[in-house]
Write a protein that binds this ligand. Structure first.
Ligand code: AHM
Ligand code: MG
Length: 323
């Protein structure tokens, strides 16, 4: 039995990584154990429902969005290695410790439309090296490939932490005493799949190549793909990506024709990038339909992006349709 702390010590030594990186993971895990407690309590703690506030992106916040965000900020601020934070729920970045060498970006509670109906939600996080010089928004605007590490916590039937420090992917399960224990090493995303995930209600808004792709999947054996596909949509990206990490599949939230100012629904820096790094480390692929997700140079903290990620063969097929 290997606990998260034991794993971090060994993994960091083996791969010559800075010990401070391990401490950042310890802090994120600590905050997520607190969030997990709140999520599990639900109505018993009186924390379901709307907060009555909105975030900078014009989205209504749930009470638990606000609580999870504050818990992460409070815990991460006490870590001297962390120079700054950025969150889906904060207008701009939060400065922390002047001498810190890391930046942490997070979506405190992804899939929060699911909280009130007791369906899986998660925390997604990305860890960047802080560039030299004074902290500014610019310090955070690094391509996904530059991430030092990333991960997520899935609050599902089991609470699991999945992480990468760019030396493989590791899975931990929270035990009854509140400790993460390693339960899997290096899961791999199968290259081929027969499972896809997309919100079909947006179909009429999609651009042509996406229409064409889904039409081919729905045609099953009788279409150009020559096989029958199954579909899943949890509306919790962490849950979908975890499923794909475990058994393959393709997840899509494409840009569509509705609002040219909004290239997709999901956010690049704290949703797409961290999950892309996990999938790429596990042999999967990730794209904005024309370009590897991890090569996109971000222009703003809350930038939205078109998302296609999962089994390599499907992601490449979709990219081809867009060429
Ligand atoms: P959130 O960060 O506000 O929870 O939104 C992100 C979520 C993703 O987890 C999920 O894939 C998507 O929104 C679902 O969107 P929709 O409700 O349009 O299906
Ligand atoms: Mg989210």
């Amino acid at each position: 039995m290997t606990t998260l702390s034991q794993f971090l010590t060994e993994h960091i030594q083996q791969n010559n990584l800075p010990t401070a990186l391990g401490d950042v993971f310890e802090s994120v895990a600590k905050a997520c154990v607190q969030i997990n407690r709140q999520v599990r309590q639900g109505a018993l703690a009186g924390i379901l429902g709307e907060a009555g506030t909105g975030n900078v992106q014009g989205e209504d916040q749930k009470k638990l969005d606000v609580i999870a965000n504050q818990q992460l900020i409070d815990v991460l601020k006490t870590n001297a290695d962390i120079a700054g934070l950025a969150s889906e729920e904060e207008d701009t970045f939060v400065a922390c410790n002047e001498n810190g060498s890391y930046l942490v970006l997070f979506d405190p509670l992804d899939g929060s439309s699911n909280i009130d109906v007791n369906i899986s939600v998660g925390t997604i996080f990305s860890i960047l090296n802080k560039p030299e010089g004074a902290l500014s928004e610019q310090s955070f605007l690094q391509a996904g490939r530059n991430q030092a590490a990333s991960g997520y916590v899935l609050y599902g039937p089991q609470t699991q932490l999945v992480l990468t420090m760019k030396h493989g992917v590791f899975v931990f399960t929270l035990d009854a005493d509140g400790n993460f224990v390693q339960t899997q090493a290096n899961p791999t995303v199968p290259e081929q799949t027969k499972e896809f995930a997309i919100n079909m209600s947006n179909q009429r808004h999609w651009f042509k190549p996406m229409q064409q792709y889904i039409e081919a999947l729905l045609a099953g054996e009788t279409g150009v793909r020559g096989k029958n596909y199954n579909m899943r949509w949890v509306a919790s990206m962490v849950a979908e990506i975890h499923r794909i990490l475990m058994r393959g599949g393709v997840f899509m939230y494409p840009q569509d024709a509705r609002d040219p100012a909004k290239p997709g629904k999901l956010r690049l820096m704290y949703e797409a990038n961290p999950l892309s790094l996990i999938l790429e480390q596990a042999g999967g692929a990730s794209s904005n339909t024309v370009k590897n997700m991890l090569d996109i140079q971000p222009e703003s903290l809350h930038q939205r992006v078109s998302v296609v990620m999962g089994s390599r063969e499907e992601v490449e097929y979709i990219e081809q349709l867009h060429r």
